[in-house]
Design a protein around this ligand. Sequence first.
Ligand code: ATP
Length: 422
Amino acid sequence: MQAIILSIGDELVLGQTVDTNSAWLSQQLAKIGCPVLAHVTVPDDQKEIERALADASNRCDWLIVSGGLGPTEDDLTRQALVAVLGQPLELHQEWVDQLEKFFRSRGREMPESNRIQAMIPRGAVPIHNSAGTALGIEATLKRSSGSGEGCRVFVVPGVPKEMKRMFESHVLPAMKSAGGGAVILSRTLHTFGLGESHVAEKLGTLMRRDRNPSVGTTVSGGIVSLRLNSRFSSAAEASEQLELTSSACCQALGNLIFGQDEETLQQVVGDLLRGKGSVATAESCTGGLLAKMLTDIPGSSSYFSYGWVTYANEAKHKLLGVSNEILRQHGAVSEPVVRAMAQHAKGQAGAAYALAVSGIAGPDGGSDEKPVGTTWIALAAPDEVTARRFLLTGDREMVRDRAAKMALALLRCKLLGFAAPF
Ligand code: ATP
């Protein structure tokens, strides 16, 4: 079973609106293990929409169409569907009644133009809209070869909120119940510290395209995530196989995996810190980002009290007692400086741990000896102070983001008592 996502709108083709609907829909389909063959975008042009509907229906089993269901002249998806299906539009009286009630409750008469939003092609199934005025439409398009059961098409409004509600209440249940009797269970495992290709190398044959459960990788903000989809005829088998594959991934990647599904690195570190003591931060190039990440988590006051942003050498000296001599001799981006920052932060905050970061985020300021991306991170723990140098890649924003995450990842390893696997 494969899907195509069709987005309709002049504003999308002109690049005035970013097509977030397709991205979101693809993410939802990935969760149920439904491969997406293509994202197609066409303008508010009836012939183009008809062509896209006909093309897509010959290539996929599920076609999700968003946009062009409004009441105005440029909303042509309904008419295009009518042309491709060869069926006339019919009024859905119950929806007209609801619309009239809706407008009356706001002290207005329903504009005549809204009636079109209650019209669907004969034989099609209406999809209730709990957030707007246009009915969605479910229909089956015949393939030009005449073979098979045809392509099931779901037309939903372009407004993201309406689209999401209809997908969740109607499209998703329809896809799940028609999934050929299959049950699809998914899990996402998150790693940080190694690039996608290194992670893939470690996973080896677990990533074979024909494997079930399947294992695929995605990257976002330096976090490499493994998406596991287990598709079997019974829930019990899907669950058992998902556990086996998940264990195999954990074995292949070991401590690189820091969490699963909705868990974030900062959440995981926060959970580990609870009951183990507090952490303080001393930041230069990250400008408070590390403290922000730690305090993103509700309840973080139980393990975070102090953070210093010491961007200038003077601040490092005045607030964190880093000696001017060390700063002059080694420069702000150096091992002795981050060690001193971490040690002083830990002492002054009375914390069990302290993280210090100093680096060259760029785009200027690099040298042969210390190119842009050079970042020193120190961790002062109850038993020792350690420091590591990283050469982070990317633009200024990426270097700062990765530096803060790297510091969190190092703290996680320390709290769990193992050497960093990156
Ligand atoms: P309505 O019934 O409200 O008129 P519609 O189905 O006709 O909805 P459009 O008029 O195409 O949808 O778009 C409505 C709003 O949703 C616009 O602000 C548009 O920019 C936004 N939108 C449409 N398609 C997408 C998309 N693929 N991704 C993100 N936003 C979208």
